[in-house]
Ligand binder design. Structure first.
Ligand code: SF4
Length: 321
């Protein structure tokens, strides 16, 4: 289970303007929304400004993305004569070198450098011709570390995307801690054992594939196996969990209580799970009841499951899904 003491908070990257630094081209900050602020409680935020990082200074001439849909350049808005594309892309390497412990990154909506998606694209004559780009730095970050969870402040308004982002960031933090302790086939199997129900909640086929992958763990070079494993695990967690897939996991977990909890109490639990399946109550309700039963009837395997607490409860992310 991830360590949730304040001293061990996972480290999350964030666009410096969102973190209250006056680094925008006009010397201003960007107000973070309440969700970005909440994440500041659960993560240690480390801020970066790619445009400042490549020496553009503040105030500075604004830039925008110019060109065809598959080949944009980051050019100064006024003259299109200064091209910052390569430097902004290279800055992704700088960030990952400065902070190899990053487990996620909060990008900045709409920015030609830091936008997650739907960034405006312009023609040579300066006319807007689409909103179909990632920022140059953001795209390079995704290429350089494809496992790193990314979202922007705008997308974090969506409860499902927010929950998925935080789940993946905590999992990636957990993984980096495991790697730092030294990998072995045995440790990989132990790690996956804790993630089984979380993976099942996101993607049942991946749950089966990961089991198969680790069944032959002893016959493969551990580094190669680990790379394949974590790519598949993070890919599975990026799939959106649904009412149906969560319900499936809740019923699986309830099955462990068959012998220890009286029938009428199990009936009550099942009815809460059913209400959740129908969208009448949030996930936190049946889950709280499950936790209550497991507190009275401890089960070491269920206690170890990340699904039960993938991130701090204070984030209240399961109150809305
Ligand atoms: S969006 Fe990115 S490049 Fe622009 S000011 Fe914010 S951190 Fe700097």
């Amino acid at each position: 289970m991830p360590d949730k003491t304040p001293a061990a908070r996972p480290v999350m990257g964030i666009g410096a303007c969102l973190a209250g630094k006056a680094v925008r081209y006009n010397g201003q900050t960007k107000s973070p929304n309440e969700h970005v602020r909440d994440l500041g409680e659960a993560f240690e935020l480390r801020s970066f400004c790619p445009e400042m990082g490549i020496g553009m200074g503040v105030p500075r001439a604004p830039i925008h993305l110019v060109g065809g849909p598959t080949q944009v350049r980051a050019l100064d808005v006024e003259t299109h004569s200064k091209d910052y594309t390569e430097q902004l892309a290279d800055y992704a390497n700088t960030v990952l070198g400065l902070a190899p412990e990053l487990c996620g990154y909060i990008l900045v909506k709409g920015s030609p450098s830091c936008g997650y998606d739907r960034v405006r694209r312009y023609a040579d004559n300066g006319y807007g011709i689409g909103s179909d780009q990632q920022g140059i730095f953001a795209a390079a970050l995704a290429r350089t570390d494809p496992l790193l969870p990314l979202e922007d402040d705008g997308r974090l308004n969506d409860p499902g995307l927010r929950e998925s982002f935080v789940t993946r960031a905590y999992a990636y933090h957990d993984w980096k801690q495991l790697c730092a302790s030294g990998l072995s086939a045995h440790k990989l199997i132990g790690f996956y054992s804790r993630y089984k129900y979380l993976v099942m909640a996101h993607h049942v086929p991946a749950y089966r594939e990961l089991g198969k992958l680790l069944a032959n763990a002893g016959n493969r070079a551990v580094d190669e196996l680990a790379a394949e494993f974590i790519a598949a695990l993070m890919g599975a967690l990026a799939q959106r969990a649904t009412l149906r897939s969560h319900t499936n996991v809740l019923f699986h977990l309830a099955g462990y209580l068959k012998r220890s909890v009286p029938r009428d109490e199990r009936k009550r639990l099942n009815s809460l799970i059913e209400q959740y399946r129908l969208g009448q109550i949030p996930l936190v309700v049946p889950l709280t009841m499950l936790k209550h039963h497991f507190a009275n009837n401890p089960n070491a395997y269920i206690d170890s499951q990340v699904f039960m607490a993938p991130y701090p409860d204070e984030l209240k992310l399961r109150n809305l899904i």
